[in-house]
Design a protein around this ligand. Structure first.
Ligand code: PSU
Ligand code: MN
Length: 308
């Protein structure tokens, strides 16, 4: 791929040419979502999970204003330690490019860059959605899911969001919400939310077939695959609720809004749960990377049968 603002690593360029399975990974989780040093450890471990599943990891980020697909270990270290990174969603790319900044790409940002590069599968922790504090604060992630044909593996969305409103938005935009081995939309730290997914699928193979059927109709949305956090790492919704309510009230008191809201809530919840939520967060991210690797493999196996 030739584009003045993109730089693909040699490994990713080769993988795209040969057509081997690739999984894109976001970087806002490294720059804004997790504290140091867990962020670096997580970035490395997610790449390892993807590799262990037989796919090539492509962490997406901005470095010196270039959209980078596939980072070296030194670059992961730089991103994890940098204090002045931009949180890059759709409207922030040009800012980072013209100001030659480093940036962590959100779900929306990663989807745009990965799709333009020809990558079809992406793993993240939780998607952004409609915030509780203001119903006008709707993450660009939802718009990206509506208009970018990729498979996005997540653990649902955090209960810091208005989950019913988030699900309604996804329904309106025609985004399938697939439950991996579950009928219920998972709520990130918790396996339950009380909300139903639009389809339950029990294997990576079924997910690949589902994507093929969806896109064969000319539909251009993503397939959102929701993978519940492993049982051993889950925190019951009832235990999370008071922490979330407290963090949310503090955000409103302090007047925190816009791009700063999600990082504030995540940080506060981690403090309030004394690190318990952080441990869960890391576990579900790895779990998602693994499933995304398996799905990418299935897509690869079927590539010759399909024109995708
Ligand atoms: N949800 C999480 N952890 C995160 C994020 C969301 O549980 O780190 C990050 C993702 O990168 C997501 C972004 O794309 O926050 C959404 O931010 P906003 O609500 O400002 O669109
Ligand atoms: Mn927002």
């Amino acid at each position: 791929m030739k584009h003045p603002h993109f730089q693909l690593s040699t490994k990713i360029t080769r993988a795209l040419t040969v057509g081997v399975p690739i999984v894109a990974l976001e970087s806002t989780v490294i720059t804004h979502g997790l504290p140091q040093p867990q962020n670096l450890e997580l970035a490395r471990n997610m790449e390892k999970q993807v590799s262990d599943a037989g796919a090539i990891p492509a962490t997406v980020a901005l470095l010196d204003g270039k959209i980078r697909i596939g980072l070296s270990d030194e670059e992961l270290v730089r991103l994890s330690e940098s204090q002045a990174t931009l949180k890059v969603s759709h409207r922030d790319f040009a800012t980072a490019i013209v100001k030659k900044m480093d940036g962590g790409t959100t779900v929306a940002g990663t989807m745009l860059a990965a799709h333009m590069s020809g990558i079809k599968v992406f793993a993240t922790g939780g998607i952004g959605g409609v915030h509780k504090e203001s119903s006008f604060d709707i993450s660009t992630d939802l718009k990206a899911l509506a208009e970018t044909p990729m498979i996005v593996v997540c653990a649902g969305a955090k209960a810091i969001l208005d989950l019913p409103a988030t699900m309604e938005y996804l329904e309106t935009m025609g985004v399938p919400v697939v439950g991996y081995q579950t009928d219920e939309f998972p709520a990130f730290y918790s396996r339950e939310s009380g909300l139903k997914v639009s389809a339950r699928l029990d294997s990576a193979k079924e997910i690949a077939e589902f994507a093929k059927a969806h896109w064969s109709l000319g539909l251009r949305s993503a397939i959102l695959v929701t993978n519940p956090i492993p049982e051993t790492d889950a925190i019951p919704a009832s235990e999370m609720e008071p922490m979330i309510a407290k963090a949310s009230a503090e955000a409103m008191e302090k007047g925190i809004h816009g791009q700063a809201l999600t990082p504030f809530l995540l940080g506060r919840i981690s403090e309030l749960t004394k690190g318990k939520s952080l441990k869960s967060n890391l576990a579900l991210l790895l779990n998602n990377a693994r499933l995304a690797g398996e799905i990418a493999n299935e897509m690869y196996t079927r590539k010759k049968e399909w024109a995708i």
